[in-house]
Design a protein around this ligand. Sequence first.
Ligand SMILES: O=P(O)(O)O[C@@H]1[C@H](O)[C@H](O)[C@@H](OP(=O)(O)O)[C@H](OP(=O)(O)O)[C@H]1O
Length: 598
Amino acid sequence: MENQPQTEGETDHGFRVHIVTWNVGSAVPPDDVTSLFGPHAGDGSTDMFIIGLQEMNSMINKRLKDALFHDQWSELCMDTLSRFGYVLVASQRMQGVLLLVFSKFCHLPFLRGVQTEKTRTGLGGYWGNKGGVSARMTMFGHPVCFLNCHLPAHMRNLEQRMEDFESILQQQQFDGATASGVLDHDVVFWFGDLNFRIEDYDIHVVKSAIDSNKLPLLWERDQLNIAKNSESILDGFLEGPLKFPPTYKFDVGTHRYDTSSKKRKPAWTDRILWRLRCTGSPVPTHNAALQRGLTSWLGGATKVVQHSYRSHMGYTCSDHKPVSAVFSLHFPFKVDLPLVTLEYEKEWTKVSDATVRFTVRSSFQRSSWDWVAIYKVGFKHHKDYVAYVWAKADHGSQIITLHTPTCYLSIFSVTFTEEDLPRDAGEYILGFYSNNMNTIIGVTLPFQVRTLPAVFLPVFSDVSSEDDSTLVLLAPASSRSPSPGKSKHHHRHRRSRSPAHSNTPMPSLQGLSLHPRPLEGLPSSRSPCSAAKKERLVSPQDTLPSPISPLTPRSPVSPGGGVSAPEALIAAILGEHRPTQVTPTGGRSPGKTGETSL
Ligand SMILES: O=P(O)(O)O[C@@H]1[C@H](O)[C@H](O)[C@@H](OP(=O)(O)O)[C@H](OP(=O)(O)O)[C@H]1O
């Protein structure tokens, strides 16, 4: 029963995932899609938002434009969700089929091994008007896959739908030893315009069942419900009750079912299902006996509870209505030790103090193209930074190496230049981007930056504050002061190859003050994304501009590539203070994996 939908509002404190699917019928996006994300989109109760669209306008001129910029739907979703503190983690598009994965930024360090796939099934596999796009990752150590499909239309094509789904599942293979196929993941969410129809009844019977709210009559004639009893490929897929009317097909601009000459029968074409692997992923540890014991003791499998499954009948721009579902995921254990932790080295009371220390676990494989960035809360994706500096393994100044029972930790520092520092007041975070893992793998809590009236600020001197916790960053107007670069008191650690360096003379800085944000973990800012200085990242390797999608993995990463147990968990269970030692040479070398062991 635990996998059965609960009634809305039931108390549950899992990891909340909100999924939306919508066949947008080539429509231009409406001005506001906030309601798709539920009445509580901004209250931080949702951990991830997943959006699957089908039939986005993919005419050739539109696709060229979208290739140069983000498509309008992605922009709209990013604009909407970034206001609430959600960051785009993955996106995959195939012609009109799009998948967007957003997460609260505080979860980014624990979403690893992000990979995407796409499979064309249109025109015998040559055309991407139909098919599937997916994104997979481990969430706190547990492999989860999201698959958005657009299957063939029309009542008669039931068999083709099943064949296409099977072919998508077969063709989508991810790198890595575990969870290489979609169904190998502990949890799979399958959604989209699956195009299943209501059999037998004619259009009048279907419409009258809808009008008289006798939906259960139609459930038993729904092709997907019927197929679940006979098609082995559908084994294990679960779906909540269809308590909303069929979401297809409407006259565009109305709430009226199709009155065109096509006379399509209403159907629940737009669906959201989920599937759990029979046995969950094992608790990661080197000790096989310990692993078996812990896995069985902890229950082994991730549990999923559905909290709502509904349509959004108010939208009229497409011949389909959007459908959404909210789930909570209950992980038997969580891998929640960050691979990289960041901290401000000290109070940034002057420009030369803008130093960030970051601690890297030995098992994390660094790259020359990793960077530390300042992000304004409300940022949209990992390249939506205010500024960044390379965190090169060879250039970062290593401070110390600490040996712990399970690994060794190396501490480095990087320094932002005056030009890098935020000009806008607001909430910011620091993030560490891993090029190998193609994600932000370390974040700080948000901190406040306040602009102070520069006229009151002495040049290059600390400003006292009534509040002891207030950190004040001073930066004088250049017209009133020498360049800090020339000041012997304020030597700036300008990195010769810092991507954040600009040759353009920068406008003078306002006085800024940084305040540690008192709230723990949860982003609450709804401020729109900063229009502050943005510089395109051009790595020394790159001769071309950055990829169009900032989230396209540059190199395959290996899912399930060995996530070791959280020490605290093992220690707690074993009653030991010191868990089994994992040495850097203990067979846990991350190699090329995207999911580096702890
Ligand atoms: O645009 P695509 O991806 O090639 O496929 C079309 C799409 O599935 C439409 O929803 C469908 O219209 P209906 O929903 O009205 O059936 C149309 O059928 P049609 O050819 O009968 O118009 C399909 O050809």
